[in-house]
Each structure stands twice: as structure tokens, then as C-alpha cells.
Design a protein around this ligand. Structure first.
Ligand code: X8Z
Ligand code: ZN
Length: 672
């Protein structure tokens, strides 16, 4: 996640009075800004130079307030974060309002782009009314805090025990017992019930803010940040989904067959996958079902989690021996804690090593001092992984995670460092261009590296025994990647289908949950096994909803990362099948990657994509090329099966893309 920082912009009422007065005042403007007279002399280029400067000045205080709320979550830090956000939004409102003077005037192309970005940057456009702005930022901090502190408690008195997200996820990750998984899944989905009313109000307030900026609603504003019209972007997502949908359906069909064998009579619901059995709270990544889904259990396997656990245990034992094996219990807890921190840092060093092997710089020393690597014991934090640029010259960059020694967290570190290296590379751009070419680019950087984590690479860092030759090993390796990358695709799409619908009014509070599960059914072919009525607010149990992070970025990233990977493999001179490529250690690939990162958001993404890949459109053919062997294998496995599922007729579909999705077979397809 990127902090909301520079994305927070809207129109202000504050300056309207001053702008209308005949006699320009020479007094300094609000917050020590320019006087009215100074404003009137300013050219567009000078205006943007000033905004960049003011932005850089404001940024550290804003980001610090957000960092504190995320790493020390309580009512006080929530207040500080919400006020920090409000202050930043109020200033950016002024900038947007001031920029209106230049509409239709001559200016440099860079200034024109920067002015357009001012209006487009925010996923949380605040309403003009200062009281509503204050209410909005308070709600945003409250919802994120509620998520971060969420816990599911059972029992009374002495027997009372509570579990937070990490512990409930551990159940889904490791325990294949049907009822234990159901309880963990249902338990987590209680934390969002109190958010429902807040979300209703939140949606109304961001919509008001979006309309103040000239958009139909907040969803249209979210879709406007892609150097194309909002309608075109919606159509693009449908086109890309249509490209990959047959591959997803094959994976779905194979997985369902295996689940039905594992849980006789209850491994599917009307042809759909039971939400609590997918090894993941949101069914977005099925990697934890490896033992059920491994194509060839006897062929070479990759047990990265096992290797990481062994590394951690070895470190712990070494420490215990060194410190004193006879330590009292408290002492042993402290030693274990130190071992966890050391191992989490070692995992991060490993990831950094990939980036430096490409010729990119080492992470700054302050990164290691200020990052949150593991979950603190003495306070609540938002564990959802994120990467932070704290200041405009990117000299202070951090990640915030609750790292455990498992494969999922290991690859998430590579993902987060992708954001961090983007910050470092575009740190020389003016602040308004310090952003991804679009947000899907930002999400794709680290994942492009993850695609390069081949069995050979894992062997080179001591986490696997190496690549075994042969088709069976190849299919195993492909399945491992597909369980995270292909399983994700429909999930990446459905979250914002839901929010676009909420914002455009086609999904109303009285059918929030119904619409959520209709979309889960339609796109993912996933269903709950017990009724999920409107007393629940299941969207709020996924971080990005209370965190207000747009999600289409991840869908786009899961397409783009294959395009980036292919281009970097070409740059590295790779020959042979795409899925066998690792560009680890290749300086030519590194240079090309860094050149792209350095551009930030200073030009349309189509141009940036062209410079890297030669093409100007997002295209899923690299996904299909990569997974061709697996797709062929899946079709063989599914032969004779009736694949697909019958999704219930949707109670509501987002009005905005109703045309665009016409003919989209997702959900009611029969394939194979
Ligand atoms: O939120 C994230 C990252 C931070 S930007 C950990 N991701 C999405 C998610 O967890 O839902 C990465 C993949 C999708
Ligand atoms: Zn990310």
C-alpha cells in the first residue's frame, strides 16, 4: 500500500472569498501560503513549482501521523492521523482551487500534466464543507483502526480468549479441519459488522467530494487516473478478464474436484468453492492448499515455508545455546523474540539482494532502523503489509509488516520492496510526479521480481534443493505460481466492481452484503456455506475496504507483471520458454527496470510501457504464454467434467460498466 499522502486532493471553499475580492490582499494566505497579490502574478509553471515545494514541506508531518496510527493503533493515534489527513486535504483543496485560474491558458506540457494530476490523485476526495471534511477523515481513521485492532473472542471470564487476524489466518493456512476453518473464517467476519454504518456515511462523503471535483461519483474519479476515460478503463478491465477467464475456469474446475474428494458431500456449494476452505480469508490466493492440489506429490516439490522455518529454528537454537539454555521462561521468550526479528531482517536482506543484484542501490541505513519487521507485543498495529515514502526526497523509506517465516510473507517482502525501489528511483522527480506510471505499475514491480523466483533462484539462496528436470516438476512449479497469480485475477476485479456499484448507487446499503456475494459468485465462483445476511458487512473484513485503497490496481498488476517480466527476460537475453526465465543478477534487465521506475508518473503510462516492452497496451497474452503448459495439463485433468458454475442472478450490477460486461461469461460459464 502506498500511503494516502500525495493522493489527497480536492476543491476548497476556503480560498473562494479571497479570490473574489477586488483589492488583492498582501497579507500571507492561509497556512503561511502566498498572499492574494502574489497569487495573481503567478504563472502556471510558477504555481506548480510552488505546489511541489509546499508539498515537500507538508509531507513528513502527514506521513508521520499516518505511520504512528498504523504502528501504534489506539484512539489517540487515530485522532492525530485524522487531523493530519484533514490538514493535508485542506491544503490540497486550496491547490486545486488555485489551479482553476490556469484553465485554457498556455503552459508547458509538464505543468499541464501536473495540474491534471492535482485533481485526479485522491481516492478520498473530501467534500467542500470543512465540517464534512473533518468527519470524513475521522471516519477513515476509525475504520482502519477498527480493522487493525479487530479480534474474535470466545468464552467467558477465565475461559475468554481472543484471536486476531494473524492467528485466524494461521488456522486457514495450516488446519484442514472443516469446522475449525469455518469458525476462523466466520470469526474474522464479525469484526466488520460495526463498520457498516460508518461505510455508508463514508461513501456519501467521498461521493460529495468527487462531485465537487466535477466527477459523477468517487468510482468515476478512481477510474479516471489512467490516461484514458473512466469508461475506457472499465472496458479495459473487462477485455483483460475475458483473456484470462478460461484459464481461471480450468483452475477452478480442477480445484473443485480435489476439494470434493477431500470433503465428501461438502467440498463445493452449487458448483462453487466454499469460502472458508480455500486456505485464505478472502480466497484471493490458494497457495496454502498445496498439499491438496499438488499435481505430482512425488515429483520434486518446493517447500519454501519449510526451509524458512528450519532457518528460523536454527537461528533460535543457536541463540539459546549462546545465551544460556537454562534461561527462565521469560528469558526464553525474549530470546525467541530476538530470533524472530533477526530472521525477519534476514528474509528482507535476501529480498534486497535481488534488487542489488540488478544493479539497484542498497536500502538506506534508516530503512533498517525505522521499519516495522515483526508484530509488536505491547500494542495494536495494522499488520496488513505496506511500504512508505516518508519524505519527498525519499531519504526516509520504510516497510511495515508482521513477518512470519513462511513463503507468503517472504514473497510479500519482495512485493513491498518493489514499492520502496519505485520510491527511491523516482525520488528525483518533482513530488507531483512521484507516483507509479499508474497504480497498477506500482503494484507490479515487486511481483515481477517474484516471477523470477524460479526453483534455480530459490536454490541459489538456499531455500530449495534446486530444479528437477521433467514435465512433472514443471507442472508442479506452474501450479505453485498459478495458485497465487491465477487464483487472484477475479478477486482483483470484484472488489472494485462492488465499490464502483456502491459509489454509483446501483448497490445500496440494504443490499451491500448480497451484492458482495453475488460478485464473489459471478467472478470467483466462491460461495459462503452459511447465510450472510445484511447483519454482516463482509466487504469490511478485507483491509482495502476500511483502508480505502482502490483495488483495480492489483488486477492490472497481475496482468502487467507478466508483460514486465517478459520484457526484462528479453533484455537479459533469455532463450527458451518464458516460465523458465530468471533475470536475477542481470544488469541489463536492471538498467531497463530502473529507467522505467525513474520516470514515475511524469508521462502517460502508455509511453512508459512502450519504453520497457515496445507495446502501449495492457495485454494478458504474456500470462497465457507463461501458463501454457499448465493450462494444457488442466484441460487434460478436467476432461469429462462439467466445469463452471451457476452464479445466482445478480441483484445489482454497477451501472457504469453494465454495457461493458455484456457478453462476459464469468460465473455462468461451462468449460472443459
Ligand atoms: O495489499 C497488498 C500488498 C500491499 S500493497 C500486501 N496486496 C493485495 C492484498 O493483499 O490484498 C498484494 C496483493 C494483493
Ligand atoms: Zn502493494
Amino acid at each position: 500500500m502506498k500511503p494516502r499522502t500525495r493522493l489527497a486532493l480536492a476543491v476548497a471553499a476556503g480560498l473562494v472569498l479571497a479570490a473574489c475580492s477586488r483589492e488583492p490582499s498582501t497579507a500571507p494566505g492561509p497556512d503561511g501560503g502566498p498572499s492574494q497579490a502574489q497569487l495573481e502574478k503567478e504563472t502556471a509553471d510558477q504555481f506548480i513549482a510552488r505546489v511541489n515545494e509546499e508539498f515537500a514541506q507538508l509531507m513528513p508531518e502527514y506521513t508521520a501521523s499516518q505511520w504512528i496510527a498504523s504502528t501504534y493503533s489506539n484512539g489517540d493515534s487515530e485522532l492525530v492521523a485524522s487531523k493530519g489527513n484533514e490538514r493535508f486535504l485542506a491544503r490540497t483543496q486550496q491547490w486545486v482551487e488555485q489551479s482553476r485560474r490556469f484553465e485554457g491558458k498556455e503552459m508547458s506540457p509538464a505543468t499541464e500534466r501536473a495540474i491534471a494530476l492535482l485533481k485526479l490523485g485522491t481516492p478520498m476526495p473530501p467534500p467542500r464543507d470543512p465540517a464534512k471534511l473533518s468527519e470524513l477523515t475521522a471516519l477513515a481513521s476509525k475504520m482502519e483502526g477498527t480493522y487493525g485492532r479487530g479480534e474474535y473472542c470466545t468464552g467467558e471470564g477465565e475461559a475468554r480468549s481472543c484471536r486476531q487476524l494473524g492467528q485466524l489466518e494461521d488456522v486457514l493456512r495450516n488446519d484442514r479441519d472443516y469446522d475449525a476453518q469455518l469458525e476462523a473464517w466466520q470469526g474474522w467476519h464479525t469484526i466488520s459488522q460495526p463498520m457498516r454504518e460508518d461505510y455508508v456515511r463514508f461513501a456519501a462523503l467521498v461521493n460529495e467530494g468527487a462531485r465537487d471535483l466535477g466527477f459523477a461519483d468517487a468510482g468515476e474519479l478512481w477510474r479516471a487516473g489512467y490516461d484514458m476515460t473512466p469508461a475506457e478503463l472499465a472496458t479495459e478491465t473487462d477485455r483483460l478478464w475475458n483473456q484470462v477467464e478460461p484459464l481461471y475456469e480450468q483452475l477452478h474446475c480442477y480445484t473443485r474436484t480435489r476439494l470434493e474428494a477431500e470433503y465428501p458431500g461438502k467440498g463445493s456449494v452449487n458448483g462453487m468453492l466454499p469460502a472458508h476452505l480455500m486456505g485464505n480469508m478472502w480466497q484471493q490466493d490458494w497457495s496454502n492448499l498445496w498439499t491438496l492440489l499438488a499435481p505430482y506429490p512425488n515429483a520434486s516439490q518446493l517447500d519454501v515455508t519449510g526451509a524458512l522455518e528450519r532457518q528460523y529454528q536454527a537461528g533460535l537454537n543457536e541463540r539459546l545455546t549462546r545465551e544460556n539454555a537454562l534461561l527462565p521462561t521469560d528469558g526464553r521468550v525474549e530470546v525467541a523474540r530476538a530470533a524472530q526479528l533477526e530472521h525477519a531482517k534476514a528474509m528482507t536482506r535476501q529480498a534486497e539482494g535481488f534488487y542489488t543484484s540488478l544493479g539497484m542501490p542498497a536500502l538506506p541505513e534508516s530503512y533498517w532502523e525505522k521499519t516495522q519487521f515483526i508484530k509488536p507485543r505491547d500494542r495494536d498495529v495494522v499488520c496488513h503489509a505496506s511500504a512508505w515514502q516518508m519524505n519527498a526526497d525519499a531519504s526516509d523509506v520504510r516497510t511495515k509488516m508482521c513477518i512470519k517465516p513462511n513463503e507468503e510473507d517472504f514473497t510479500t517482502i519482495y512485493h513491498e520492496l518493489g514499492h520502496v525501489y519505485y520510491y527511491l528511483a523516482y525520488g528525483q522527480q518533482p513530488p507531483l510526479f512521484q507516483n507509479g506510471a499508474h497504480d497498477g505499475f506500482h503494484e507490479a514491480i515487486g511481483d515481477t521480481i517474484v516471477l523470477s523466483m524460479t526453483p534455480e533462484y530459490l536454490q541459489s539462496i538456499g531455500l530449495a534443493e534446486g530444479a528437477a528436470p521433467g514435465r512433472e516438476a514443471l507442472i508442479n512449479a506452474q501450479m505453485r505460481m498459478a495458485l497465487s497469480k491465477v487464483a487472484f485475477l477475479p478477486f482483483g476485479l470484484m472488489i472494485d466492481r462492488w465499490r464502483w456499484g456502491v459509489f454509483d448507487g446501483s448497490i445500496t446499503p440494504d443490499n451491500y452484503n448480497q451484492a458482495w456475494w453475488d460478485l464473489k459468485a459471478r467472478y470467483q465462483g466462491v460461495a459462503p456455506v452459511t447465510p450472510r445476511g445484511e447483519e454482516f458487512f463482509d466487504p469490511g473484513a478485507k483491509y482495502h475496504v476500511p483502508g480505502n485503497t482502490p483495488y483495480t490496481r492489483y488486477f492490472l498488476s497481475h496482468v502487467l507483471q507478466f508483460q514486465f517480466y517478459k520484457a526484462l527476460c528479453d533484455a537479459a537475453g533469455h532463450q527458451g520458454p518464458l516460465n523458465a526465465c530468471s533475470f536475477a543478477g542481470n544488469k541489463a534487465a536492471g538498467e531497463k527496470f530502473w529507467a522505467m521506475l525513474s520516470k514515475g508518473n511524469s508521462q502517460p503510462w502508455q509511453q512508459t510501457l512502450k519504453e520497457l516492452t515496445g507495446g502501449e497496451t495492457m495485454d494478458a497474452s504474456a500470462v497465457l504464454e507463461y501458463f501454457a503448459p499448465l493450462q494444457e495439463w488442466l484441460v487434460e485433468q478436467n476432461e469429462g467434467k462439467t466445469c463452471g458454475w451457476q452464479a445466482p442472478v445478480a441483484s445489482a450490477a454497477p451501472a457504469v460498466d453494465r454495457d461493458a460486461v455484456e457478453g462476459d461469461a464469468a460465473g455462468d460459464a461451462t468449460a472443459g
